[in-house]
Design a protein around this ligand. Structure first.
Ligand SMILES: [Fe+2]
Ligand SMILES: [Fe+2]
Length: 362
């Protein structure tokens, strides 16, 4: 039999933290000892905050939450590869591969830009809009992916074309990705260096050109699933354009002379890069062998005949010119000198091409 425990032992065994508030330090006492952390490092995504300077962007973002379409719901089953010759399939897959240099780099390009906007502590709507554009570009990439894989399973590169034109298409595609890789290298270095006004002007050029391209092809194509795809992608691109315009409305009146000069150079760089899909790749930037351009024209002719909706060179030149003039009309009132773009008949300031200015997106 154990000895009965005295009151003191019992109390020790059942000891719980005292509930007597007077034995705990109060908030004011703790506060006395607090100190702030070292200053937040520049480029850090913290501290978080949700500032709104451009409410219009928030409205656009709300409208973009549901894009209203999805690449897996497009009527792909209506695209019968057997309805085309081998060359037509190769040529159309080639065009989608060309598009993929622009549209399928979109996810990584915009994701990178989105991270930059967090690091730069841009207002909340800017970050959110970049997120929605990134999501859209993932969808656009999937359209390229699905089109290429139905037309050339294993494509864009993992298949063996059986005709000379198909082999030309593959070789041209390799060169396109070679240049796409060079663009990505430049973009990665450049994107963090520019203020928002410059980034968005450059992005606007890409969005204007994308909206122009898809609108034209939507009207021209005779292939139902591509028609629907161009309509949906074109609608997204028009929204991207709206995002850029909403923020530029606020930023353009605040430009400095140095920014204006940078914009002039970037517009020329944008023209050079985007002409790869909107028109024809100019000599500047694009590293292409002599076989590339004649093969490209041949492939585009065959894809056009198959009903893809590729506009003629003259129509494209006109479209590109109209898109560039739209940019000019927007920027000149803010004192931005427009670069000369003689390729589409636009006079302006002659600027040297510098690959470091290469931050356009599609
Ligand atoms: Fe896109
Ligand atoms: Fe876009």
């Amino acid at each position: 039999m154990t000895a009965p425990q005295n009151a003191e032992t019992l109390a020790a065994q059942t000891r719980v933290p005292s509930s007597n508030p007077t034995s705990m330090p109060d908030a004011a006492t703790i506060l006395y000892d607090t100190r702030d952390p070292p200053p937040f490092k520049e480029g850090n995504i913290f501290p978080l905050e949700w500032r709104v300077e451009t409410p219009k962007m928030l409205e656009i973002y709300d409208g973009a939450r549901d894009p209203g379409w999805s690449p897996n719901k497009l009527p792909w089953a209506t695209l019968d590869p057997k309805a085309f010759t081998a060359d037509q399939r190769y040529a159309m897959a080639y065009w989608w591969s060309l598009l993929s240099v622009f549209d399928s780099s979109g996810p990584a390009v915009f994701a990178r830009a989105m991270i930059h906007t967090y690091e730069a502590h841009e207002e909340d709507p800017v970050r959110k809009c970049f997120f929605s554009v990134t999501r859209d570009e993932v969808n656009h990439e999937e359209v390229c992916q699905r089109a290429i894989q139905i037309l050339t399973p294993g494509g864009p590169l993992g298949y063996e074309p059986s005709t000379p034109l198909g082999k030309l298409g593959r070789n041209n595609t390799l060169w396109l990705y070679h240049n796409g890789g060079r663009y990505w290298d430049g973009y990665k270095k450049a994107v963090g260096r520019y203020p928002l006004a410059i980034l968005f002007t450059s992005f606007l050029m890409g969005e204007v050109s994308a909206a122009t391209l898809f609108h034209g092809m939507y009207q021209k194509t005779t292939i139902p699933v591509f028609k629907e795809a161009f309509r949906c992608v074109g609608k997204d691109e028009a929204r991207h354009m709206g995002i850029c315009l909403a923020i530029l409305d606020r930023l353009l009146p605040l430009l400095t002379d140095e920014m204006r000069e940078q914009i002039t150079r970037q517009l020329r760089a944008g023209y050079v890069f985007l002409s790869g899909v909107l028109y024809e790749p100019p000599e500047q930037f694009w590293e292409l062998p002599d076989t590339w351009r004649p093969a490209h024209r041949m492939l585009e002719d065959v894809a056009r005949d198959a009903g893809l909706g590729i506009l003629s060179l003259d129509e494209r030149r006109e479209n590109w010119r109209a898109a560039v003039l739209k940019m000019k009309g927007l920027l000149e009132p803010h004192g931005v000198e427009f670069p000369a773009i003689p390729e589409v008949g636009i006079d302006g300031k002659t600027v040297a091409f510098n690959p470091e200015d290469m931050i356009p997106v599609f």
